[in-house]
Design a protein. Structure first.
Lengths: 356, 339
């Protein structure tokens, strides 16, 4: 591997990311999958690093999940997106930052479509006005939340309590980064580092002390792929894709997987349980799986937030081996205590993969 | 009466052959070449298909044919103006060349394979181009080429017939070059399996089909009809290719010790500024535009400006040489006032 070759490509895909004043739009599903990720993004960006980040309770789904599942036409998704832009205009913001990769892809695809077909934008403006008497301005910048954390990675490193380094050996942790398909595969120039060798997550991992693994199936889909999973008959295909990735990354002994998509961490995490039950195989050390984190969760760990406040007990794969490697102090008995120390109940344990 | 001077821009095989023919026709050619050697790309090549003639033999033979011709190496055209009965040309070395006609034989450049990011040229340790392999055949050291490869893969059409790469035209020579190089690799490494991934095999020339059949029957080269979608690297540094075998209707994955990318031919970057000096037309593909593509291929749309070789489009060596001869005759007739 010639690292300088990647750096050359990265230099071709530098994305302009404004430093401040963002209109933040959340994901439909991430708060169910990773309940503290978005909350910690807001805590880190707004409260810790002092950036202006605005949210509105009137924000809805962007329609991307329905569009990619073929249940609504693109014009409908466009009108929903136009309404989000109207909310942003009303709030006085010009920079849009999305939590969800599919939303990011949806917003980007729609703006590019309007650029190519301005008459369609005109029609959507009419439809929005008829539907809810709103008008919109197009955002000046659209970023994914991981773009913003990438931009702020140096400030996060300065405030870090822990590093992505093995506490016992001093060796950098071995990081697998997995980029959501809708981040840059459709529009390579809209993603930091392009589509083939994106550096949005690897840049974070390296800034925080880790080393990034490039394995043969790095670009392969996580297994979600919308219809691969949403159509029940296709779910074997979904898990087989995930299986292919784990078989490919296994020789590199990764310590953790980080992702920037709603679906990827969910499927890379949950399917490890399914694979272990089906085949008896686990991919972490000593019978554990490989922990799969969102980039906000990883940033939260680096900054010293409590792992259980970060929602890491919701993951299928046990995160304790990672916490131990990083030398993070945590209370094992508090794992299944939720807000106000309320017992959220310990789940049943898998028969193969070790969990706590 | 003084001989007419013709400026030949480009000292590749087109320029050299045209200069030789112009000399024979009683015209004084002056060659200007931007690099430090004559022979262009062919001078860097090892053997030429289908006869496997050493490229150095051809270049040496051609160099002997232009003995005594004024040649300016490491030199480019700085300025060129049309006069009433010819051209006033100033070279980058300060030399002024008044001439009666100009032959543009500026050749081509190879597609930069690193632009096809999915193939990992410049990123993965064992990915090279057709040009790199020819240099290695000629004795250059290349640590990317392993000692005893078990599998060597060739990908055809890298940056040619590729709309996304901005280069829709066929490079014409890559199919045969890949087959030639596959045979040469098999000769060097008899134990290796050689794989060619192709879109279509365009084997139009004399002996080309024989060459292809021989590659399969005598050398056991595997031909897979399908494009490589992505390339990665495994933990041992081997190259992993993913492709579709469109004839078998299945996906294939190959672990190779070496991947050779057949970079396509593009117009030279300095062709456009050169054309603009004399207001010659440039075609939509970036190559120079001939008066037509059937009858007056060597003529530009401007009197006194002629073309030869790959500056007007991708060509094989024999086609280039034939065109250089034709261009010389066109120039001769132009100077004599023949239509």
């Amino acid at each position: 591997m010639i690292y300088q070759g990647k750096q050359k490509i990265w230099s071709d895909y530098q994305k302009e990311i404004p430093d401040d004043h963002w209109f933040y739009v959340r994901s439909c599903i991430r708060q169910s999958f990773f309940p503290a990720s978005e909350a910690h993004f807001v805590k880190i960006v707004r409260d810790l690093l002092g950036r202006d980040l605005y949210e509105t309770p009137h924000h809805t789904t962007c329609g991307g999940i329905a569009y990619h599942s073929d249940t609504i036409p693109q014009e409908t998704a466009m009108t929903i997106v136009a309404r989000q832009f109207a909310l942003m205009k009303e709030a006085g913001y010009k920079n849009l930052v999305t939590s969800c990769i599919t939303s990011f892809g949806n917003y980007t695809e729609i703006l590019e479509t309007w650029r190519e077909f301005p008459e369609l934008e005109t029609r959507i403006r009419e439809l929005l006005w008829k539907a809810c008497r709103r008008e919109f301005d197009k955002p000046e910048y659209v970023a994914h939340a991981s773009d913003l954390v990438y931009k702020l990675r140096g400030e996060i490193a300065e405030k870090a309590k822990y590093r992505l380094v093995n506490h016992a050996t001093g060796e950098p942790l071995r990081i697998v980064e997995h980029i959501g398909c809708h981040y840059s595969k459709m529009f390579p120039h809209k993603g930091v580092g392009g589509a083939e060798y994106p550096c949005v997550l690897s840049g974070m991992a390296e800034s925080w002390g880790g080393t990034v693994i490039d394995y043969p199936e790095r670009r392969h889909c996580c297994g979600f792929g919308f219809r691969q999973y949403l159509v029940k008959a296709n779910r074997g295909y979904s898990v087989s894709n995930t299986h292919k990735k784990f078989e490919s990354m296994e020789p590199y002994n990764p310590d953790v997987i980080i992702t920037n998509c709603p679906g990827c961490p969910y499927f890379l995490d949950r399917w490890q349980y399914v694979i272990s039950e089906q085949t008896g195989k686990t991919y972490g050390r000593d019978g554990f799986g490989i922990p799969v984190l969102t980039y906000e969760e990883l940033a939260g760990l680096v900054l010293g937030y409590d792992p259980w406040d970060l929602g890491l007990q919701i993951h299928q794969v046990a995160v304790e081996p990672l916490l131990d490697k990083m030398g993070i102090e945590y209370d094992p008995s508090a794992k299944y205590l939720g807000l106000n120390k309320e017992d959220i109940l310990k789940p049943g344990l898998p028969s193969v993969m070790k969990c706590f | 009466m003084a001989k007419s001077i013709v400026l030949v821009i480009g000292g590749g095989i087109a320029g050299m052959e045209a200069a030789k023919q112009l000399l024979r026709l009683g015209i004084e050619p002056v060659i200007v070449e931007k690099s430090d050697h004559l022979g262009g790309h062919v001078a860097q090549w090892h053997k030429l298909f289908p006869d496997m003639m050493p490229a150095s033999d051809l270049v040496e033979k051609m160099a002997a044919g232009i003995d005594g011709v004024t040649v300016y190496l490491n030199t480019q055209v700085a300025n060129m103006n049309r006069l009433k009965d010819g051209f006033s040309v100033v070279l980058s070395n300060g030399v002024a060349v008044p001439c009666s006609a100009v032959l543009i034989a500026a050749g081509f450049r190879l597609f930069d394979a690193s632009k096809k990011e999915e193939y990992g040229y410049g990123i993965y340790d064992h990915v090279i181009t057709n040009s790199d392999l020819e240099s290695w055949f000629n004795g250059a050291q290349d640590s990317r080429i392993p000692d005893n490869p078990a599998n060597v893969a060739f990908v055809h059409c890298v940056g040619s017939r590729d709309l996304k790469a901005g280069n829709p035209q066929c490079s014409k020579v890559c199919c045969m070059t890949a087959i030639k190089q596959a045979i040469e690799m098999k000769e060097k490494f008899p134990g290796a399996e050689i794989w060619c991934f192709y879109m279509d095999l365009r084997l139009f020339g004399k002996k080309y089909e024989d060459f292809y059949i021989n590659a399969q029957q005598e050398y056991g080269v595997h031909f897979v009809r399908g494009r490589v979608s992505e390339v990665g690297e495994d933990i041992n540094g081997k190259v992993i290719l993913k492709a579709e075998d469109t004839l078998a209707g299945r996906q294939v994955k190959l672990r190779a010790d070496l991947l050779v990318l057949m970079s396509g031919m593009l117009c030279n970057e300095d062709t456009r500024p050169l054309a603009s000096m004399v207001r010659a037309d440039v075609d939509s593909d970036g190559f120079l535009r001939s008066r037509d593509n059937i009858y007056r291929i060597c003529e530009s749309n401007k009197p006194g400006i002629f073309f030869a070789g790959a500056c007007t489009g991708t060509k094989t060596v024999p086609e280039t040489l034939a065109e250089a001869r034709a261009a010389s005759l066109d120039i001769y007739n132009y100077l004599r006032g023949n239509d």
